[in-house]
Design a protein around this ligand. Structure first.
Ligand SMILES: [Zn+2]
Length: 434
């Protein structure tokens, strides 16, 4: 049992000044205002629900500062010449430290739940357990993992990747901190034989996590080889359900959007990555108007979901050359969809500071210089906090996991030193000497 008091609290619905809250058994038990005797004072700070990252690639964490010597031309070049080489060179240590450092960076950015799409063809069996050990067991985050099945390296590695997914998914039941998907790369690198096998081996009630229509290649190759759109193909293989996450969806036609709505999938949008890879823009208003569950993810581009929130409207407005291409109400909907999706995956309630919700909260320094209230909180989130929010403490499932900016349970400077050594070796395997 723990009280936090003297805070400004954004509950997800209203802003409370001089508020307090009680955490009990991993959940929010009570919220109130005024002074109370017990508890830790967080005067001058703002408390709010922790953030959700619905699509990340922790395996790219140690790429920071890596020198690319090649010049990819198409999106497929970016994959085949950079990322598919990178993931083949990963060993157990590289996977573990990518996840540990990436998890710490996420906590510092206020993220309490991370849904990660993992690839490490250099280290398949046991890799998801390494992620769990780093992110959930060591850092205390709420996380969902999967391994990216693909036929790009041949049949045997694809089979091992399927096994890794299935074994891990079977192990995760019973924990509200851990969840699993069956990971798939994208339609254009997956043959029918593999998809049939994946579906056959996957236990009921598990979702699939897959890139969809990111580069135009996915549409062109799938239609040419299989005679249908990638979305129709995934549906026909029984891979789209309420827990399935499709990512990007940039080149979808109307029929594909209707399929996604019909299957009630989660749709992850990653604006910064899409801009960086020059793959195009998914028109978010169209998707929302169809009732598709659009959520936000970082992809491999960053580990800061607030940066994605900031970029989302910029990309829509810029691409359409229309100031009204997206509005604040739509951004709020997407932000809240992230909480609904996380609640759906983990079987608990997250995203509000209200009795009965999991105590996944952040305590941060934010110094508004204009009025802040119930009505304009999201204006501050979008234009102020995305620019400068200093996350101090993080609680997940009621447990303090970040204290004054430092992860609890690891010595941050030692982890960073070790990660640097692991990254150097990883870069050497890639033929780059820093
Ligand atoms: Zn991705």
């Amino acid at each position: 049992m723990r009280y936090l008091k003297d805070a400004t609290i954004w509950t997800g619905e209203k802003l409370i000044e001089n508020g307090w809250l009680l955490i009990k058994d991993g959940a929010i038990a009570e919220v109130g205002t005024g002074s109370i005797e017990d508890g830790e004072s967080v005067s001058g700070k703002i408390i709010m629900p922790g953030f959700i990252n619905m699509h990340s690639h922790l395996y790219s964490t140690l790429f920071r500062g890596f020198g690319i010597s090649i010049m990819p031309i198409t999106f497929k070049d970016i994959l085949s010449e950079v990322w598919w080489q990178w993931d083949k060179k990963m060993d157990e240590k590289a996977v573990y430290y990518s996840a540990l450092i990436g998890g710490i960076e996420s906590l510092k950015a206020g993220i309490t739940t991370i849904v990660d799409h993992h690839a490490s063809y250099g280290y398949i069996k046991g890799s998801l357990r390494s992620l769990k050990e780093a992110v959930v067991d060591t850092l205390g985050m709420r996380a969902d993992f999967c391994f990216e099945v693909s036929d790009r390296n041949g049949k045997e590695p694809a089979e091992k990747a399927i096994e890794e997914n299935i074994e891990f998914a079977e192990e995760t039941s019973g924990s509200s901190l851990l969840s699993a998907h069956i990971g798939l790369h994208a339609s254009f690198t997956l043959g029918d034989e593999t998809l049939i096998k994946v579906k056959k081996l996957t236990p009921e009630g598990i979702g699939f996590h897959i890139h969809l229509s990111e580069g135009i290649e996915d549409e062109i190759i799938t239609r040419k080889v299989h005679g249908k759109s990638p979305t129709a193909r995934l549906r026909d293989h029984g891979l789209l359900n309420q827990k399935s996450i499709v990512v990007h969806g940039i080149h979808l036609d109307e029929e594909e959007k209707n399929i996604l709505k019909g299957q009630d999938v989660i749709f992850a949008h990653t604006p910064q990555s899409n801009m960086n890879n020059a793959v195009g823009t998914a028109y978010i208003r169209d998707l929302l108007q169809k009732g598709i569950n659009v959520v936000l993810g970082t992809d491999g581009y960053s580990l800061n979901i607030l940066n994605e929130l900031r970029t989302l409207p910029l990309l829509q407005k810029h691409t359409k050359r229309d100031y009204n291409a997206i509005g604040l109400a739509e951004l709020i909907k997407i932000w809240e969809n992230g909480y609904s999706a996380a609640s759906r995956l983990f079987g608990i309630k997250v995203g509000k500071i209200k009795p009965g919700y999991a105590a996944d909260i952040i305590v941060a320094d934010y110094e508004p210089f204009t009025p802040i209230n119930d009505k304009n909180f999201y204006g501050h989130l979008l234009y102020g906090m995305t620019d400068r929010l200093n996350v101090l403490d993080v609680y997940i499932n009621g447990k303090k996991v970040l204290s004054d900016g430092n992860p609890i349970g690891v010595e941050y400077h030692k982890v960073r030193q070790e990660a640097q050594a692991v990254a150097k070796k990883m870069w050497e395997r890639m033929g780059y000497n820093a």
